[in-house]
Design a protein. Structure first.
Length: 511
């Protein structure tokens, strides 16, 4: 992905004047967020000694201990396990038991067909590897328009997906499978006409898979040879032919079909990875029971050659330090914790300072947090997430998600009230990249928590050993973090909690 480096800074007109000589508890607290502090902390978190902070790894654990030590120094309340700041989650290596797994189709009123195992004409693609589901069938395919899929058409059914004849990938593509598997369907069966494609996936399914937490998101997704389904349901041959050639997207309930998917696995080993959670109790006797979250991921992609790492070395440098991704956001959370701990900066609502791990592997740590929160999830009013805020434009930061809740209006108002920050928070520049779904705020959003995601875009050093501390613009980041401080203060002191745009709530929040 390429960074957009030519964006001109926007000028906010009509913003209220700020008397710079005026000192208040909030301006004094914000003044603790400094260029020097940002640079010092980036050099700690993105140092070679952290080993690229892969999940799990000794370097990640060392990073978590450093952050916990800072939370202790600042007097935050621990929000982790057993009175500590560390909230750990399991990472398990699992192996599919292909001979004990398979699919079956049939007429609801008749014979349910002969089971096709994952050692014969079917292969596991994604989702939970320990599941047993059955239900009615909906046939989906043709020229897919993902944003036009209606969850109510797929929910609680077995989705039989037939990629269009023009599809460039035999399974129709990762985005399509992800959308189908997270639609509320019980299972997804991809009908593949190429025997070689199924054979490829059958070979790869013999390797161990890594799962995090106590569940895997989405439904089981199985690829199956068309001939194997037709052997069970002869009338399916014409149906598949029609769907594959359809000029538009097809969503067709098959009222007399029934499908069943069973997947079995075995756990081979388990490790644990940390999140770090510190809580500042609010000042209001009632509103302190509601919480604002500041989040960032402290992990990165490790070291070249390390198992599970995605690091791209540069010459002799094989450590991906992740200074921007997301050392910058992690430092931002620490700077915010220090500012909020300053005299006179404690807001009415409580504030959770959260650094998570496993983001680079699939938002693992934040998913564990929202499923095992230290406070009741309905009492979390907003998440302000920072992921990559130390590079690119000098006076601009993208705030993804502004249109989905009134947090967007809050941000615009606060941004306009602080022209001294010389920072312009703008809308998503790259909607086609779907960044809204690609960082830790997304797990909060799916649980019904309004979010804003602060992001400077990717650059040529993304996931490379060259994403180093010396390339961070610490002065610029300090101004972004001050903006986050003022936005959070507004949210944490407001009479009403942030509200979703109703249409966005219906689209994003998973029931």
């Amino acid at each position: 992905m390429n960074a957009c480096t030519g964006l001109a800074a926007l000028v906010i007109l009509g913003a209220p004047a700020v008397v710079m000589s005026q000192s208040t508890p909030l301006t004094r607290a914000a003044a603790t967020i400094t260029e020097a502090d940002v640079r010092r902390r980036i050099n700690i978190i993105a140092d070679d000694s952290m080993g690229g902070r892969n999940t799990p790894s000794p370097g990640l654990d060392k990073t978590a201990r450093y952050i916990a030590g800072e939370f202790t120094r600042l007097g935050l309340k621990p929000g982790g396990d057993s009175g500590t700041y560390l909230l750990r989650y399991p990472i398990t290596s699992r192996r599919l038991l292909a001979a004990q797994s398979g699919i079956r189709f049939g007429q609801i009123s008749g014979d349910r067909g002969v089971r096709t195992t994952l050692t014969e004409g079917a292969a596991f693609l994604s989702g939970p590897t320990d599941a047993s589901v059955k239900g009615g069938v909906v046939l989906v395919g043709g020229r897919m328009v993902l944003d036009s899929l209606k969850p109510e058409d797929l929910r609680d059914r077995i989705v039989v997906y037939v990629p269009a004849a023009s599809a460039t990938q035999p399974t129709g593509g990762f985005r399509t499978l992800t959308r189908l598997s997270r639609s509320g369907a019980r299972g997804v069966v991809v009908v593949v006409s190429s025997d070689s494609a199924v054979a490829y996936y059958m070979e790869s399914q013999g390797r161990p898979r890594t799962t995090a937490g106590d569940r895997v998101r989405g439904a089981p997704v199985i690829a199956v040879k068309e001939s194997a389904v037709v052997a069970q349901l002869p009338e399916a041959a014409q149906q598949f032919q029609d769907v594959r050639a359809a000029p538009a997207m097809v969503t067709q309930p098959m009222l007399d079909w029934e499908g069943e998917i069973s997947v079995r696995d075995t756990a081979e080993s388990t490790a644990y990875a940390p999140n770090v959670v510190g809580i500042l109790e609010g000042s209001d006797p009632v509103l302190k029971n509601e919480y604002l979250v500041y989040s960032a991921h402290m992990d990165h992609v490790g070291t070249m050659g390390q198992p599970g790492a995605g690091c791209r070395a540069t010459g002799a440098d094989s450590i991906c330090n992740g200074a921007d991704d997301d050392g910058s956001g992690t430092v931002g959370v620490l700077e915010l914790a220090e500012a909020y701990s300053h005299a006179g900066a404690r807001p009415k609502r409580s504030v959770i300072f959260l650094t998570v791990s496993g983001e680079e592997h699939g938002l693992w740590g934040s998913e564990w947090f929202v499923n095992h929160p230290p406070v009741p999830l309905p009492q979390i009013v907003a998440d302000l997430n920072a992921d990559m805020i130390g590079r690119n434009w000098k006076d601009t930061i993208v705030a993804i998600g502004k249109e989905h809740s009134d947090l967007g209006r809050t941000l615009s108002r606060v941004n306009g009230a602080h022209p001294e920050l010389r920072m312009n928070a703008i809308d998503d520049r790259w909607p086609e990249e779907r960044f809204y779904t690609r960082s830790d705020h997304f797990n909060f959003a799916q649980k019904g928590v309004p979010i804003l995601f602060f992001f400077n875009g990717v650059h040529e050093d993304y996931h490379r050993a060259t994403d180093s501390p010396d390339k961070i613009d610490a002065e610029k980041e300090s101004r972004i973090v001050k903006l986050l401080f003022y936005v959070g203060q507004d949210v944490a002191n407001a009479k009403q909690r942030p509200q979703w745009v109703p249409s966005s709530y219906q689209q994003i929040v998973v029931p």
